[in-house]
Write a protein that binds this ligand. Structure first.
Ligand SMILES: *Cc1c(COP(=O)(O)O)cnc(C)c1O
Length: 458
């Protein structure tokens, strides 16, 4: 089919929408490593996990074999509010770059939370509600996940308790207040509300917190409050399962027009949007039906894939969570203070870590000033003001398109545009004022935290 027939935005009819999430693990011959109990170093059982997570999500977390999970009707109904998300042909960007490449992006920023995180937030809130729970606890960094979860909880009438990394709580009042609009209670972390929070404060007085520390607090609160469970917005297998809706919609839309991407690009923090976007494509690759060049993009200041170690590590600073085998910079790693681009988690999805280690995908890291420059270039031609996180993918999509310009190759590029950046204007301001630098951790700094990885015999 000729290019002219492909609309600027490809939407799906209601009848074309995915009705089930796709579990990529079912097509992996080499399965990702299981979560381990840090006390025994034995795989976490469903029973142990159910203290922290609700039962249905524990099943999804542990299931490496079921290929499809039906999306419950109530979640399908919620998705209708903001899905399908548009798959956009970036004609204007292509023209501006003068590239023969064809660029598509899947835009997940069309909802109030401003990112893809709502796809999993509604699923996790739904299963908690269905189990008769009273509420959920979680952590949030910049606030996208907390916002998404508070929207989902408000819709279902669940209580939502968010521990927000203290520096974000103080410096980013907008998302904090959006969460409150949706009825969530928001506590700056570390706090004196939890044992682990009090310990961290005693050890590091005046600390402005970290994601790993907020996770520890949220888990403690959930396990010690009857009727509550903990939910997490990234990294876990269940989250990647829910996010497969991004990739499924993309694939259905592209198949409609007979388009097959050559390169698929996504930003990677904990790996959920990338894992979701690539899921059905990676499935084909694993089954030997098609080949794709799959690229994870991470910040040079938090380079889990490109400079991390594939090993069992803690998911949180307080070391209360199970151990996950993943590419990690060590649970004590905190990106430099001037890092403004998000994607600051020390680890990476165990599923993506396994696929990367087995050579099914590659990863690149990019310095933040180049990311913001790409973000502006994109905003000026495509109209959307992208989230800094998403802009990592934009940067590499542009780089790949410019390579095509040199070689004359007409490659098709698909990338995930995970969200909008309206609440990240302080980061953009730093970029404009020339206050943004590209701090890249030294090998010694990285080695320091890797030394503290837990010892696990496999
Ligand atoms: C949270 C977030 C990310 C990174 O999380 P992943 O789990 O790696 O997808 C990327 N983009 C936006 C807009 C986000 O809010």
């Amino acid at each position: 089919m000729s290019n002219e027939k492909i609309p600027y935005k490809i939407y799906l009819e209601e009848s074309e929408m995915p009705k089930a999430w796709y579990n990529l693990r079912a097509d992996m011959k080499q399965k990702p490593a299981p979560l381990l109990n840090p006390a025994t170093n034995k795989p976490m059982t469903a029973e142990e996990l159910s203290v922290v997570f609700c039962d249905e999500l524990v099943k999804q977390e542990l299931d490496n074999d079921t290929k499809y999970f039906d999306i419950p009707q109530e979640i399908l109904d919620f998705y209708k509010m903001y899905r399908p998300s548009p798959l956009v042909r970036a004609y204007c960007l292509e023209k501006k770059l003068g590239t023969p490449a064809k660029i598509y992006y899947k835009f997940e920023g069309n909802n109030t939370s401003g990112s893809h995180k709502l796809n999993s937030a509604i699923a996790q809130a739904y299963y908690a509600k269905n189990q008769g729970l009273k509420g959920v606890t979680t952590e949030t960094g910049a606030g996208q996940w907390g916002t998404a979860l508070s929207m989902a909880c408000a819709y279902l009438g669940l209580d939502c308790k968010v521990y927000m990394v203290k520096c974000s709580y103080e410096q980013k009042p907008f998302r904090r207040e959006v969460m409150k609009v949706y009825g969530a209670s928001v506590t700056p972390s570390p706090s004196t509300e939890t044992k682990v929070g009090r310990e961290i404060l005693k050890e590091h007085p005046g600390t402005t917190g970290s994601l790993g520390c907020a996770i520890s607090e949220a888990v403690e609160k959930a396990t010690e409050t009857p009727g509550y469970r903990y939910v997490l917005g990234s990294v876990l297998n269940q989250v990647m399962l829910h996010q497969s809706v991004i990739g499924l919609e993309s694939k259905i839309a592209l198949d409609k027009y007979g388009v097959k991407p050559d390169i698929i690009i996504g930003c990677a923090g904990g790996g959920s949007n990338l894992g979701g976007l690539i899921a059905p494509f990676m499935g084909e690759k694993l089954r030997g039906e098609a080949d794709y060049d799959i690229v994870a993009v991470e910040p040079a200041s938090c380079p889990s894939f490109t400079r991390g170690t594939y090993a069992y590590d803690f998911c949180d600073t307080g070391m209360v969570c199970p151990l996950a085998k993943m590419y990690t910079l060590g649970s004590g790693f905190i990106p430099a203070a001037n890092h403004a681009g998000g994607l600051r988690y020390h680890g990476m999805s165990p599923v993506l870590s396994k696929l990367y280690d087995d050579g099914y995908m590659r990863a690149v890291s990019v310095p933040q000033t180049e990311v913001f420059a790409a973000a502006e270039q994109f905003a000026r031609v495509e109209g959307i003001l992208p989230a800094p996180e998403s802009s990592h993918a934009i940067k590499v999509a542009i780089d790949e398109a410019l390579k095509c310009k040199e070689t004359g190759e007409e490659k098709t590029i698909l990338f995930g545009l995970t969200g909008t950046g309206y609440f990240d204007m302080v980061a953009y301001e730093k970029f404009h004022d020339g206050q943004m630098s590209d701090y890249i951790p030294t090998d010694e700094e990285i080695a320091q935290n890797i030394k503290k990885l837990p010892k696990v015999d496999e």
